[in-house]
Design a protein around this ligand. Structure first.
Ligand code: ATP
Ligand code: MG
Length: 149
């Protein structure tokens, strides 16, 4: 199926019970759009991390809100946006912490604080916008299968 310019949007409560729905939707869409099993597994983990952050951190101290997940087909892959309207945070600071993980031994790394690092490891591109709430944009490029061409 051609993925140019197709968009699927899903708005769910920012609640752990709904992360499964997002993962199932991702599975359905990514299968239709020709991603491999491994690519889909990687994307499921990355998207679940982004959703878990919205569930756990966004609405802390606020009334529970929702998260909007948008799946967009591009000419060379898929772009997945996970957006909440909750508290923002200093992404630059967290990112520099994540980058410094490379030099550390496993036992030096504290539990927690791995979500953003995992998203970066599993996706081709990760962008974070924190102007109003948080929007995480995850991109995966579709590998062209030469044998099928
Ligand atoms: N959607 C969000 N809203 C508000 N703050 C966020 C959001 N996403 C991330 N953060 C902030 O960035 C920090 C780092 O996120 P990250 O996912 O890397 O680690 P974590 O959620 O603390 O732990 P882990 O994901 O390993 O369980 C969080 O602790 C939180 O302070
Ligand atoms: Mg996290």
């Amino acid at each position: 199926m051609k993925l140019d310019n197709q968009t699927v949007c899903l708005t769910v409560p920012a609640d752990a019970d709904f992360v499964d729905i997002v993962r199932l939707t991702l599975y359905g869409i990514a299968t239709k759009w020709g991603f491999s099993y491994e690519e889909i597994e990687d994307m499921k983990v990355a998207v679940a991390e982004a959703c878990n952050n919205a569930v756990l951190h966004a609405y802390r101290g606020l009334e529970k809100g929702s998260m909007e997940v948008k799946f967009e087909g591009t000419d060379n892959g898929i772009r997945i946006s996970v957006k909440d309207e909750g508290n923002s945070f200093d992404y630059q600071l967290k990112e520099s912490k994540a980058a410094s993980l490379h030099d550390k031994q496993l036992d030096e790394i504290n539990a927690g604080g791995l979500g953003i690092y995992m998203m970066q490891a599993l996706m081709d591109e990760v962008q974070v916008f924190t102007n109003s709430g948080t929007e995480v944009v995850l991109t995966k490029f579709l590998q062209r299968n030469e044998e099928m061409a």
